[in-house]
Design a protein around this ligand. Sequence first.
Ligand code: S3P
Length: 168
Amino acid sequence: MVYDNIVLIGFMGSGKTSVGKILARQLFKKFVDVDSIIEVEQNSSVSDIFKNKGEDYFRALEQKCINELTQKTGQVIATGGGLPIYSSISKKSLIVYIDADFEVILNRLPAKERDKRPLLQDESRAKALFNQRIDTYKELATFSVDANQSIPTFIHVIRDFILDQRVL
Ligand code: S3P
């Protein structure tokens, strides 16, 4: 199988953006981040889009964004945690699940980062969301990496897997 792009999926705060930037550099691919693209295009933060336009509006933007990105090739794409739940991702993408436990994620995220995420404000609801989503992440993934360690300790595992694949 020849993949067009590498798509990183996983729960909020699992490290998709940080991992994506490093991987893209190491693999000589372009890094793109769906949330950042939406924020620039809408000239608004994700939390303001949720507040002012609602979650459904945001989900439609995510689907449009991933459709447009996957028309192109050679990118490492960091998604928002809900994107693979509400949007379909091109079958030609190599999908990597950044698999971190809920408690690890919470400990990893500084308060400032938590504040940016509307769906992480109530811890017990966030935990329920995590439990609801985890199977879908695993089912969609071409490859899952145990992301409970620090990023430098697992990034080479992802890189070695990808280097064994054909990605345009
Ligand atoms: C969301 C995850 C966020 C962002 C939005 C919704 C989700 O992205 O897209 O707040 O539903 O899991 P991160 O996964 O980068 O935090």
